[in-house]
Write a protein that binds this ligand. Sequence first.
Ligand SMILES: Nc1ncnc2c1ncn2[C@@H]1O[C@H](COP(=O)(O)OP(=O)(O)OP(=O)(O)O)[C@@H](O)[C@H]1O
Ligand SMILES: [Mg+2]
Length: 291
Amino acid sequence: MTTEATTDTGAEPLISFQNVRQVFRLQGQRSGAGAPGRSREFVALDDVTVDIAPGQFVALVGASGCGKTTMLNMLAGLVTPSEGRVSLAGAPPRLPNMDIGYMFARDALLPWRTARKNVELPLETRGWDRARRRERAGEVLSLVGLEGRESQFRLQLSQGMRQRVALARTLAPDPSILLMDEPFAALDARTKLTLQAEFLRIWEQHQGSERRKTVVFVTHDLQEAVLLADRVIVMLPNPGRIAEDRVIDLPRPRAKALGEIQFTDEFKRTTHDLFERLEGAIGDRARPVES
Ligand SMILES: Nc1ncnc2c1ncn2[C@@H]1O[C@H](COP(=O)(O)OP(=O)(O)OP(=O)(O)O)[C@@H](O)[C@H]1O
Ligand SMILES: [Mg+2]
């Protein structure tokens, strides 16, 4: 079962997008039709309004180019909206924000550092001393199932292990907001399911507590969105906008049953319903819109 998401929960939202519009200026590069050097504008996001409560797990789903990464970048303070307002706990996002962990699709590990040293990186930025860094890195590496791999380098690790290191690095400073940009997209189906379950186990352990992290999780994979999230926001491109905002009522904790949930009628109904909505994002409706 899904229900229309309401943002009227009474709780103060932690994350808020209010009528956000993002216009990128593109330099004309084509010879022929477009005059070289002439810039034109591209509307990446149009009238996006979303409120996210603290501790909520929200998935953003949509075709390539609908502005998902741009929304994460706004929360991280990397992109300032052309119009409208983005706020985090009532204030505009700032850079750097030590309370945010940002994880990308590709592991982006530094190849000259061991797994442990990669995980220590955000702790160095935060000024933790050596002993504390080492202890915390060991702790999160074992949390993601990498005990015994601490001294290995990127090249010695499988793609799944690299993503585990990246996850450990994101979790190490214990940020209260996680921005995850297709974190498991590069993995095969089996490894993906294992990592989804591991991540959900870590996130769900603080169920009902103030320590539960707020997650904004970007994915192309609708099934992944429904499996993991409390709420799925479906986006359409050209211009990037919100088409659907649904609460997912699948019971929690889900981590132990992820494999089975996928075969339940409720899960199938929900994904099918959202799939039909998402379909509109794919194909000939995608056309460039200029402002
Ligand atoms: N800095 C930039 N300058 C110009 N255009 C940009 C910039 N950043 C993003 N865009 C454009 O804005 C649109 C949205 O980009 P964004 O990366 O947010 O999409 P996305 O939904 O994350 O796509 P994908 O699923 O492929 O990662 C794209 O058309 C992209 O080319
Ligand atoms: Mg993206």
